[in-house]
Write a protein that binds this ligand. Structure first.
Ligand code: IMP
Ligand code: MG
Length: 338
């Protein structure tokens, strides 16, 4: 079965954009579907020396034959979506489900005030208030918006047909397991579940259609916004280690901590992950920058990967060695043979 779900095992910002863009190019993905919350996500894609910060469309847009869909579970900001469609210059590849909920300015205003801004420290993109209105059955959906009419399509039908025909399908979840409304650090979390099961529901497939769940971890942990972060480092210490990052959507500083095996094991359980990706290994071991084979990694980098595999009891099939879509070690074939 050719359907892969890509999710994050920490607090988001682990490099799903990079992993998804690579997978689409390498596997010649026929259909990629965005699951997850909405434009609170910021997936960085670097391809052919250009940097993209995708908030609505799947990161698989870099593979120019890939159909790009947004599942009905996702909330859409039409302005952000239309800008991204313009940016990728290929309207006819894009399909939006008629039941995607629509973010309006009142949702953004509500997200930038009160406890959401002050206590939870949300992204302020309107996704939470939009999902709240959706639960009340009052929200507008994509079929109500004139500008979106030409993109409307039955996303669950398209995705299921593609899987049944044996095509490669890539489902892109957003945020991270510990930001899940159900499994995350409530109330410091996002407005929906964001595990692999939720991704299936978002795009309209059942769990038996999934062949692989790739869980993405970064070589260290970052978290933006409020809420617990075990073994959090000071900003100065994060800077010293080269772990000081700025958030894609909000421009805020990301809080940082070392890789956490306990959190990794639990998120593997919650998502029934079948393979792991570990990104940004070049930040821990700069000599690995741009390396594309496992043999090419330094001894200490291999030691780190082996330790992770032993602790999490899952093969690390993809290892990110730089921000470009092609800067990756892909051991999927090699580990399948074992
Ligand atoms: P919301 O999703 O905007 O409601 O924000 C809720 C919490 O999730 C805040 O702590 C945000 O910083 C965090 N969050 C939401 N989306 C992302 C993301 O894509 N990456 C990292 N953190 C996120
Ligand atoms: Mg991000």
């Amino acid at each position: 079965m050719p359907c892969t779900v890509v999710i994050c095992g920490f607090f988001g910002d682990t490099g799903k954009g990079k992993v998804n863009s690579y997978l689409s190019l390498k596997d010649r993905t026929a259909v990629s579907v965005r699951a997850g919350v909405g434009p609170n996500a910021g997936h960085t894609v670097i391809y052919e020396s250009k940097k993209y910060k995708m908030r609505m469309l799947p990161s698989a847009f870099v593979y120019d034959k890939c159909r790009l869909l947004i599942g009905p579970g996702v909330v859409i900001n039409p302005e952000v979506l239309l800008q991204e469609i313009q940016l990728i210059k290929s309207e006819d590849r894009v399909g939006v489900d008629p039941q995607c909920a629509i973010i309006e300015s009142k949702h953004i205003e509500a997200d930038k005030a009160g406890h959401l801004a002050e206590k939870i420290k949300t992204t302020g993109t309107g996704t939470g208030p939009c999902n709240a209105e959706r639960a009340l059955r009052l929200v507008k959906v994509a079929r109500d918006i004139p500008e979106l009419q030409k993109f409307l399509t039955d996303v669950p039908l398209e995705v299921n047909l593609a899987i049944n025909e044996g095509k490669n399908v890539l489902i892109e979840e957003t945020q991270g397991t510990y930001l899940s409304l159900y499994h995350g650090t409530y109330p410091y979390c996002t407005s929906k579940d964001v595990t692999a099961s939720a991704a299936c529901s978002d795009v309209g497939i059942g769990p038996t259609k999934v062949s692989d769940v790739i869980i993405v971890f970064k070589s260290y942990i970052t978290r933006v916004g409020a809420g617990p972060l075990p073994n959090e480092l000071s900003w100065e210490e994060a800077e010293k280690r080269g772990w000081s990052e700025i958030a894609t959507v909000t421009g805020r500083r990301r809080r940082a901590a070392p890789f956490n095996y306990e959190l990794a094991r639990r998120s593997i359980m919650l998502n029934a992950a079948t393979q792991a990706a570990v990104t940004k290994i070049d930040v821990l071991f700069p000599e690995c920058k741009g390396v594309k084979s496992y043999e090419g990694l330094s001894q200490r980098a291999k030691g780190f990967i082996e330790k992770v595999e032993k602790e999490i009891k899952l093969p690390v099939t993809l290892i990110g060695t730089g921000p470009d879509a092609w800067e990756i070690v892909d051991r999927r074939e090699e580990l399948r043979k074992v």
